[in-house]
Design a protein around this ligand. Structure first.
Ligand SMILES: Nc1ncnc2c1ncn2[C@@H]1O[C@H](COP(=O)(O)OP(=O)(O)OP(=O)(O)O)[C@@H](O)[C@H]1O
Ligand SMILES: [Mg+2]
Length: 234
C-alpha cells in the first residue's frame, strides 16, 4: 500500500532574534491510509512543529514531504493551501469552531470553501452529524454544547471533507476522561471506516493506547516507532 504521507529528512529551525531553536533535526516517517498514529514525546520535542509540516501549514527548511503521491517541494503556496483545505482535516485541543455559526454551518464550512454543490453539501453535513451523534444539535451555536460535543463537531468538520489525512494536536486535552474515551472511540471508528490516516500528537496515555502505532520524538528526532496490538481491539 502506498503511504498517504512520506516525510524524509525533515529539518525545521525557528529563529528568535539572534537565537535559533532547532525543532526538527532530520525526521523520516511514512503514514498509511486507515492508520491511527500517536505522536508522543516531551514538551518542546517538536510534535506540533511536525504536525504543522505534515498538515501543509508550514514548510521545512530541508527535507521532502510527499502527500498523496505528490511532492510538496517547490509547490506554490496557493496549490499547497488548496490541498490542505480539500484533503486534510484538523482537530485541535480548543476545538476552533466559529462561535457565530451554527453546528451545521461549522461542519459545512470546508465544503462551502471547496465549492461543493449545495445539495451534496447538505447531505454530507447531515451524514457527518449523524455519525458523531449530533443531528439534534445541528441548528445550535457551539456555545450551547459541552466540550465533548464541541470536539465531536470538530471531528465531523474534519471528516466531512473525506480527507486523506487528519491532523490532531492534543484533541483530548480539554476533555474529562469519560468524554475523552468517547471521542477517541469515535475518531478510531471513523478513521478506519473512511480509510483516513490519523496523526495525533498527545500526552494522554489512553489516547496512545487507542492507536495502531506510536512514534516518539525527542529533541527533534524520532526515537521510537512501535506498532501496537492493543490499538486493534481497544
Ligand atoms: N513559532 C515558534 N517560534 C520559535 N520557537 C518555536 C516556535 N514554535 C515552536 N518553537 C520551539 O520549537 C521547539 C519544538 O516546539 P513544539 O511546539 O513543536 O513542541 P511540542 O512537542 O509540540 O511541545 P508541547 O508538548 O509542549 O506542545 C521548542 O523548543 C519550541 O520552543
Ligand atoms: Mg505541541
Amino acid at each position: 500500500m502506498d503511504a498517504v504521507l512520506s516525510l524524509r529528512g525533515l529539518h525545521k529551525t525557528y529563529r528568535l532574534g539572534r537565537h535559533t531553536v532547532p525543532a526538527l533535526q532530520g525526521v523520516d516517517l511514512d503514514v498509511f491510509p486507515g492508520e491511527m498514529l500517536a505522536l508522543t514525546g516531551p514538551s518542546g520535542s517538536g510534535k506540533s512543529t511536525l504536525l504543522n509540516l505534515a498538515g501543509l501549514i508550514d514548510t521545512p527548511d530541508a527535507g521532502q514531504i510527499t502527500f498523496n503521491g505528490q511532492a510538496m517541494t517547490g509547490l506554490h503556496d496557493t496549490a499547497r493551501t488548496l490541498l490542505r483545505r480539500d484533503a486534510i482535516g484538523f482537530i485541535f485541543q480548543s476545538f476552533n469552531l466559529v462561535p457565530v455559526m451554527t453546528v451545521a454551518d461549522n461542519v459545512d464550512y470546508p465544503l462551502f470553501l471547496a465549492k461543493v454543490p449545495a445539495a451534496q453539501r447538505r447531505e454530507r453535513v447531515r451524514q457527518a452529524l449523524e455519525r458523531v451523534g449530533l443531528q439534534a444539535h445541528a441548528e445550535h451555536l457551539p456555545d450551547a454544547l459541552s466540550g465533548g460535543q464541541r470536539q465531536r463537531v470538530a471531528i465531523a468538520r474534519a471528516l466531512v471533507k473525506w480527507p486523506k489525512l487528519v491532523i490532531a494536536d492534543e484533541p483530548t486535552a480539554s476533555l474529562d476522561s469519560h468524554t475523552a474515551d468517547q471521542v477517541l472511540g469515535l475518531m478510531r471508528e471513523l478513521c478506519h471506516a473512511q480509510g483516513a490516516a490519523f496523526l495525533m500528537a498527545t500526552h494522554d496515555a489512553r489516547a496512545v493506547r487507542r492507536c495502531d502505532r506510536v512514534i516518539t520524538l525527542e529533541d527533534g528526532l524520532l526515537v521510537a516507532n512501535i506498532h501496537t496490538t492493543e490499538g486493534q481491539t481497544a
